[in-house]
Design a protein around this ligand. Structure first.
Ligand code: NOJ
Length: 761
């Protein structure tokens, strides 16, 4: 009997091994065979990624003669080709008219949804809900693949602590722990169970690396940081994506240790491949190979050779590989092996995606009905509602009653154009729901709705022109600002409550959208002030792709709901929350500063030797003369219509051995008047270390849904694995000693518990 069982296990094991090894062997045989037939030019052609224009070009160059290049076998992939029909035509050129019929890979900036657009990634992250985030990426993959795509340039996992940087909108905020969980969720969502499935997209984690730390928040600017900071704070989300099996990596524009990431061998080979074991391919960002010339690294031939040697496989748009690698090979500046390795990695990706079997994977008339379905829109509405953060709600102004007269005011109230947010290359804004539509959908005839625009998003002509580069998002009226405000005030005076729907236009954040002032633009501030003066309760519904400075607003406006850019269903989701059909539960993943002068301000900073504590004398302490050190709204912060009380916080032991688990418990009670969801947060501080350690670091979070009056006990389990960090020698270690745990509703409102860990691992 035992023998039989053993035999059964051995059979299962060997079957499994065959299944695992069988596939790569088949793939290798296929690719070896193909590569034997390929000329040097065709191999270099695979390394070339082009965009024929028509999509959103994010650089000065758009590719030319694309058709001829495809036929000659000079192109490995395309992006910015929107729609299954166009993709089919382009693919036919490759598989029918090029010598070896090698299919192209089609990529796109599927960033927060494809046709069904979800909240911008910063908003998504504020849900702290990895399952919902994974679901959004899954839906995006289903829709994108039905539209002929195989490759999503997402997730963007750059840690960002500077709200001046517009691309903070595209990531998950300031924290590496949460950022890593989200990175994994998104990779899983895009890639599904197996890349070969026709409803999956190969994910591309970007921008490797450190792009979020651009000096002064200016896009594409220099980055410089210590290795310790890199390893502990900035690199973990990229590593997490690699651990989740991401198929590709996009290099970033910035320098890392003085060398542009795209040509940085330490980054792309030593770290990514040798230390982390990444097996996929690396693509440059848009002309980032060529841009190394402006960085001062040499002419196009030099920087192309440098990039290939560094470990870059595919050159986006710049054609430096295409135009110089052959010459570099002849001059022994690159090796045949380097070209072949890069080519092989790209062919492997195509193989894994099943493109050699079906170059038109996913394109199927029947699948057109997978796109923008009612279910997808329903999911988008739900996910958007989960992303909103209630920043203030004095005297329970919210939720609103579906009764009386409601003034809906502000340039973003009736603006379908701005609902999708930045980077929605395939989303159709005309199919989005505006706030006023959402409010009418929910309130129906039960309340009277009065609308006035009240102000332009901005009245500054040069600024408006720049924001409108990709389309008219700010559409200034001919009427004077005074006249617009007068009209808004008049309807506010006739109403019971005023909804001021204001903030940024969609492309005031995102790529190439840095701002030195992160206030609500002046035209809208004037409107807000006039509305507050009416004495009516004002609810600020804030659209923004970054933290804004809300000093005046936080003091003078009773309720503030941050709705980011919610996507296709934004307006319905906003109305769901305003009227209490959905109780808000989002929590900030990025600190909101009092003033831009505090930037960077983030919760998991190091202590100084002269830390300032409230109540201390202030001379010779690390503080400001004019504002607090803390942000206006901290990481992890967000209110609910109900209240949650925390009790019975405790540890199973105050001192554990290194091989033991620490249990941290808390009891959470919904002590308010609505059912609701709380995100319970656990932070830890390592009190004495071999290097300075942050004042606290997120190490766990749990979402609990509690009915009114309901109580639940939750437990976090911590092992030494959770306490590890990179030391001065960049070893990932745990150090025994004293720790503090903080448990609470946000990074500032916590209960502290002390524990110690003895021994070594
Ligand atoms: C430049 C951006 O930095 C990157 O995120 C994007 O994927 C590419 N352009 C392609 O559009």
């Amino acid at each position: 009997m035992l023998r039989n069982i053993l035999f059964f296990f051995i059979c299962c094991l060997s079957l499994q091994l065959n299944a695992q090894t069988g596939k790569p062997e088949k793939m290798n045989a296929f690719i070896n065979g193909l590569m034997q037939k390929m000329t040097l030019e065709e191999k270099i052609g695979q390394l070339n990624l082009l965009t024929p224009g028509g999509g959103v070009a994010t650089g000065a160059v758009v590719s030319s003669d694309v058709e001829a290049k495809i036929k000659k076998g000079n192109v490995g992939g395309l992006f910015g080709v929107i729609g299954a029909d166009k993709i089919r035509v382009a693919q036919a050129l490759a598989v029918k008219e090029s010598r070896l019929h090698i299919p192209l890979i089609f990529g796109s900036d599927v960033i927060h949804g494809h046709k069904t657009t979800f909240p911008i990634p910063l908003g998504l992250s504020c849900s702290w809900d990895t399952l919902l985030i994974e679901k959004s990426a899954r839906i995006a993959a289903i829709e994108g693949s039905a539209d002929g795509l195989s490759w999503a340039f997402s997730p963007m996992v750059d840690i960002a602590r500077d709200p001046r940087w517009g691309r903070i909108a595209e990531g998950s905020g300031e924290d590496p722990f949460l950022g890593s969980k989200i990175a994994k969720a998104m990779v899983r969502g895009y890639q599904g169970n197996d890349l070969v499935n026709k409803n999956s997209l190969m994910s591309c984690v970007k921008h490797f690396a450190l792009y979020g730390a651009a000096e002064a928040g200016r896009d594409y600017n220099t980055v410089d940081m210590s290795r310790v900071k890199m390893y502990n704070d900035y690199l973990p989300p990229y590593k997490a994506a690699v651990e989740a099996g991401v198929g590709s990596v996009m290099s970033s524009f910035n320098v890392v240790d003085g060398i542009p990431a795209t040509g940085n061998r330490w980054l792309l080979t030593d770290l990514l491949r040798n230390q982390w074991g990444f097996k996929g391919f690396v693509v440059s960002d848009y002309t980032s190979v060529n841009e190394m010339t402006a960085h001062g690294l040499g002419n196009l031939q030099t920087v192309s050779a440098l990039s290939l040697h560094a470990g870059l496989d595919m050159d986006m748009v710049g054609e430096g590989f295409l135009s110089t690698l052959k010459k570099s090979l002849a001059e022994k500046k690159v090796t045949q092996k380097e070209i072949e390795d890069a080519c092989r990695r790209i062919l492997e990706a195509k193989y894994k995606l099943g493109l050699f079997d079906d170059p038109y994977r996913g394109i199927d008339a029947a699948r057109a009905s997978d796109i923008l379905t009612p279910e997808n829109r329903k999911a988008a509405r739900d996910i958007a509602a989960h992303s909103f953060v209630l920043l203030k709600n004095d005297k329970q102004v919210l939720p609103l009653k579906k009764a009386g007269t409601i003034a809906v005011v502000g340039p973003l109230a009736d603006s379908k154009r701005n609902m999708l947010g930045t980077w929605s290359v395939s989303g159709d804004w005309q199919k989005s729901v505006s706030v006023i539509e959402g409010i009418k959908n929910i309130a129906g005839n039960a309340a009277k709705i009065n609308y006035a625009k009240g102000a332009n998003i901005s009245d500054e002509a040069d600024f408006v022109k720049r924001v409108n580069t990709l389309g008219i998002e700010i559409d200034p009226e001919k009427r004077s600002p005074e006249e617009m405000i007068r009209e808004a005030v008049a309807i506010a005076e006739q109403s019971d409550v005023v909804l001021a729907v204001v903030g940024e236009a969609a492309d005031m954040s995102g790529e190439s959208a840095s701002r030195a002032s992160i206030d609500i633009p002046e035209s809208q501030q004037l409107l807000l002030k006039a509305l507050v003066k009416t004495g009516k309760p004002v609810v600020l519904v804030l659209f923004n792709g970054r933290p804004l400075t809300l000093n005046w607003e936080s003091k003078n406006i009773p309720a503030i709901l941050d709705v980011w850019f919610g996507g296709t269903e934004a307006g319905n989701a906003v109305a769901d929350v305003l009227f209490g059909n959905h109780n808000p539960s989002g929590k900030l993943t990025t600190s909101f500063p009092y003033s831009v002068g505090q930037v960077p301000v983030y919760y998991n900073h190091l202590n100084t030797g002269r830390p300032f504590h409230i109540g201390d004398g202030t001379k010779f302490k690390s503080d400001y003369l004019d504002i607090p050190n803390e942000p206006l709204y901290p990481f992890g912060y967000g209110l609910s219509y109900t209240s949650f009380s925390y009790s019975n916080m405790g540890l199973n032991k105050t001192s554990i051995q290194a091989n033991e688990k620490l249990e941290i418990k808390a009891t959470i009670t919904n002590s308010g008047n609505y059912d609701g969801e709380e995100t319970v947060q656990l932070y830890i501080q390592d009190l004495v270390g071999s290097i300075a350690r942050p004042v606290k670091e997120l190490k766990g979070f749990q979402k609990v849904f509690l009915k009114k009056g309901e109580t639940k006990e939750i437990t976090f389990r911590i092992t030494t694995e959770d306490l590890k960090f990179y030391n001065k020698d960049l070893q990932h270690i745990f150090e025994p000693g004293a720790y503090k745990a903080f448990i609470g509703t946000d990074s500032e409102h916590t209960t502290e518990l002390n524990f110690s860990v003895a021994g070594s691992e």
